[in-house]
Write a protein that binds this ligand. Structure first.
Ligand SMILES: NC(=O)c1ccc[n+]([C@@H]2O[C@H](COP(=O)([O-])OP(=O)(O)OC[C@H]3O[C@@H](n4cnc5c(N)ncnc54)[C@H](O)[C@@H]3O)[C@@H](O)[C@H]2O)c1
Length: 353
């Protein structure tokens, strides 16, 4: 088992990674009172085995649960069972479950102790880490949310045994992102270990989860509230990626949209003279190697170009007609650049048609 700890403003977050790591729960929780929220699709017997004093709340998962009314339903359960600030909330599931349960844990009585147990690769490498919680509103993602760090993140690789390969691929898009803009060593590791990762060898998955967690924690530690222009690096591929998601009415999964988004944004970086020659080629090679889409055509879904471009205009990072974007400069390095919105739209139109 691998353990990492990071201090944030108000909390220390401990990350425990490895096969069978949920067994550490018994020592962490003892006989404290726990609200155990979990996706009802999952078998969570091994989580329950390590708890003594808990109420279980099986729930749905998917984007529909990231909803304010659904959050109130979960909060009512906490209220009716008399939970208070000394108690624990545990979220077991993919990113949708940890996002909504994190949200309710942060607002109920101004915050209960939160433990995330991600069960998808995307959750283990990204969604469960970093303290962003949130639900969607009026069909726009994550409009309502909080920054709230979990006290523990337990990434038990055993959960990935039942995760379909398609879901592993979606998580790998975010892992490749870390390699491209933050971590050349991770990039090199990924170049060599695709077969082990896609055949779900525990050692390879552990390495990927560990290296990703280190990268994300380091960035969040520097800029927890996204005010210093550092956390923005995690958005590489996401400006165009979000436009693709919006242009497809969210039929294109996030992981695939950012995969194409990374290629487009790397091309823009190269054409604007920020990326060294070869960055686009290396980006494209790695995503193709991991069987991820690199063009709109390969997504096999129609994109409404007008809607996609409109989403760019509404992007949270647009300020005074400019968009703040993280561009790769060479593998494992990046630079923050202000791109005029009109320039970005021009590049995006070329990329997305
Ligand atoms: N808070 C953040 O910083 C952050 C970062 C990235 C993404 N997100 C959010 O995460 C969400 C996406 O996360 P996700 O891809 O995990 O989605 P998800 O929760 O919908 O899970 C994807 C699918 O995997 C299934 N599943 C989960 N665990 C499984 C397992 N062990 N075995 C078999 N099937 C399993 C689920 O039932 C679901 O069908 C989005 O809402 C996104 O906005 C949040």
């Amino acid at each position: 088992m691998i353990k990492i700890s990071e201090d944030f403003c108000n909390t220390t977050t401990h990350v425990i990674i490895g096969k069978g790591s949920v067994s550490s729960l018994s020592e962490i929780i003892g006989d404290k009172k726990v609200a155990l929220y979990y996706s009802r699709k999952l078998n969570v017997d091994k989580v329950k085995e390590n708890l003594k004093n808990y109420y279980e709340f099986p729930m749905d998962d998917g984007e529909e649960v990231k909803d304010i009314l659904y959050s109130l339903k979960l909060i009512r359960e906490l209220f009716e069972k008399g939970f208070d600030r000394g108690d624990y909330v545990i979220a077991v599931g993919g990113g949708t479950v940890t996002d909504v349960v994190g949200f309710i844990a942060s607002i109920y009585m101004r915050g209960l102790n939160l433990i995330n147990i991600p069960t998808t690769l995307l959750g283990m490498v990204d969604a469960a880490i970093g303290g962003k919680t949130g639900v969607n509103f009026e069909n726009v993602k994550n409009v309502l949310g909080t920054f709230y760090q979990p006290s523990f993140i337990i990434s038990d690789i055993e959960f990935l045994e039942t995760l379909p390969l398609e879901e592993i691929k979606k998580g790998m898009a975010e892992v490749i992102k870390y390699g491209l803009v933050l971590d050349k060593e991770l990039y090199d590791y990924l170049a060599m270990h695709k077969d082990e990762i896609y055949s779900k060898e525990p050692e390879a998955l552990e390495t990927v989860v560990y290296k990703s967690a280190l990268n994300k924690l380091a960035v969040v530690k520097e800029d927890e509230r996204e005010t210093k222009g550092i956390r923005i690096v995690l958005n590489f591929g996401h400006t165009i990626g979000h436009a693709i998601e919006a242009g497809s009415n969210f039929r294109i999964p996030h992981g695939y949209a950012i995969s194409v988004g990374m290629v487009c944004e790397a091309k823009i970086a190269e054409e604007m003279g920020y990326a060294e020659e070869g960055v686009v080629e290396d980006t494209t090679w790695m995503l193709t190697h991991y069987e991820l889409p690199i063009t709109i055509d390969s997504l096999k879904e129609n994109i409404d170009l007008r809607k996609a471009i409109e989403a760019l205009t509404k992007d949270k990072k647009v300020r005074g007609g400019k968009v703040l974007m993280p561009f790769p400069t060479r593998i494992g390095n990046w630079k923050k650049v202000e791109v005029p919105l009109e320039t970005l739209k021009g590049f995006a139109e070329q990329c997305l048609k």
